[in-house]
Design a binder for this molecule. Structure first.
Ligand code: BDR
Ligand code: CA
Length: 313
C-alpha cells in the first residue's frame, strides 16, 4: 500500500478522511501532522490524538505543526463556527491520553521523505504551512516527497471564505504559493470539485443505521457540520472536501486533472485566490507565470463513486 501522511486541522471532514484512510487497504497511514485552520494547532493536535484513540491506532505518530503562518502580519482565522468550538462537533469528548512526538511536523515530513524517497504521499487537508516549511528547510524535500495531494483552492468558482479564497489557501497564502511553485508533484483538489460531492441527510440516516466501525461516531460529529451547511448554503447536505481529497490518493482515477501553473494571490482583497494558467493557451509571456513548474488540478470527479466509498467503508 501507498505510504501516506495526513497533514490535518481536524475538523469534522478531516476526521472522515482520517477514518477513511484507516479503512482503505490501498494506503498505509504512517503519521498525522497537525496545523491550524478549523481550530488552532494545539487543539488540532489534541483532536488528532483523540481520533487515533477512537480508531484504536495510537501506534500512528502525531507530529505537531506550526502555530503561526509563513505569511507575514496575518491574524490567524479559525473556522470553529463550521466545526464547533472543539473542532469535532461540540461533543465534549474526553481529553486524549497520548502526546505528540517530539519532532515538529516539518521535521517529521522531511525525515519520512528521506527515509522513503519518492514513496511518501502527503495528503494536506489544512493550511499549507508545514509543507512549505519542509520545502524551505530541506531543498531536497520537493524531490524526496512522492506526491502532495492537497485540498485547496477554488478554480474558476467562488471561494468559501469570500468570493476569492478557499479556507486552506486563505489560512496561509504565501505557504500555498511556495508549495504550488516548489516543483514537487502536486495535485490540487479544489472546491470546483468538492462542491459536487455532497453527503445528504438521507445518507446520514443510512449511516445512523449502519454498523460501520465509525458510523455512529461520525453521525454524532456531523450534526454541527450539517447545521452550518444548512445555514450557509441552504443545502440539505454537507460538502465532503477532505474525504474526497483522501480518495484521490486511494484511487486517482476517481478524478480527471488539468495541468498548468497555479499561482496564489498573497495580499489585498483577493488574498488566497488561486489561478490555474493552462500552459497550452499561453497569452504572451508574463514573468509571474512563465518558467514556473506545473501542477495537476482536479477538474472532474466521479461523485457517486466517492459517496459510495465513503458510505461503504
Ligand atoms: C477546507 O477547510 C476546512 O474547513 C475543511 O476541513 C477543508 O479542509 C475546506 O475549504
Ligand atoms: Ca481540513
Amino acid at each position: 500500500p501507498k505510504k501516506i501522511i495526513i497533514d490535518t486541522d481536524p475538523g469534522i471532514d478531516d476526521a472522515m478522511a482520517i477514518f477513511l484512510a484507516l479503512r482503505s487497504p490501498e494506503v498505509e497511514l504512517i503519521g498525522l501532522t497537525t496545523i491550524f485552520g478549523n481550530v488552532y494547532t494545539t487543539l488540532a493536535t489534541r483532536n488528532a490524538l483523540h481520533l487515533l484513540e477512537v480508531a484504536g491506532r495510537t501506534d500512528i505518530p502525531v507530529a505537531e505543526g506550526s502555530h503561526v503562518t509563513i505569511t507575514k502580519d496575518m491574524k490567524l482565522r479559525v473556522a470553529d463556527f463550521v466545526h464547533g468550538a472543539d473542532g469535532l462537533g461540540n461533543q465534549n469528548f474526553p481529553r486524549p491520553k497520548g502526546e505528540p512526538i517530539e519532532q515538529s511536523a516539518a521535521a517529521f515530513l522531511i525525515e519520512q521523505a528521506n527515509l522513503y524517497p519518492g514513496k511518501v504521499t502527503v495528503v494536506a487537508l489544512g493550511a499549507l504551512t508545514n509543507i512549505a516549511l519542509a520545502i524551505q528547510q530541506d531543498p531536497a524535500f520537493s524531490k524526496n516527497i512522492g506526491q502532495i495531494i492537497l485540498l485547496g483552492g477554488a478554480f474558476a468558482i467562488n471561494g468559501n471564505v469570500n468570493p476569492a479564497a478557499e479556507a486552506n489557501i486563505f489560512g496561509d497564502p504565501d505557504a500555498a504559493d511556495i508549495v504550488f511553485t516548489s516543483g514537487a508533484d502536486v495535485v490540487a483538489v479544489g472546491l470546483n470539485v468538492t462542491h459536487q460531492v455532497v453527503l445528504t441527510d438521507d445518507d446520514r440516516q443510512k449511516l445512523a443505521r449502519s454498523d460501520g466501525k465509525f458510523a455512529q461516531y461520525l453521525c454524532k460529529i456531523l450534526e454541527v457540520y450539517f447545521s452550518y451547511h444548512d445555514y450557509a448554503y441552504n443545502t440539505k447536505g454537507v460538502f465532503l472536501h477532505d474525504p474526497t481529497t483522501l480518495l484521490a490518493a486511494v484511487d486517482p482515477s476517481l478524478m480527471t486533472y488539468a495541468k498548468g501553473v497555479v499561482r496564489v494571490q498573497t495580499s489585498g482583497i483577493t488574498r488566497g485566490l488561486t489561478l490555474l494558467h493552462d500552459t497550452q493557451k499561453r497569452f504572451g509571456e508574463v514573468t509571474e507565470w512563465s518558467d514556473k513548474p506545473t501542477v495537476k488540478v482536479a477538474v472532474t470527479v466521479d461523485a457517486p463513486a466517492i459517496l459510495n466509498l465513503v458510505m461503504e467503508r
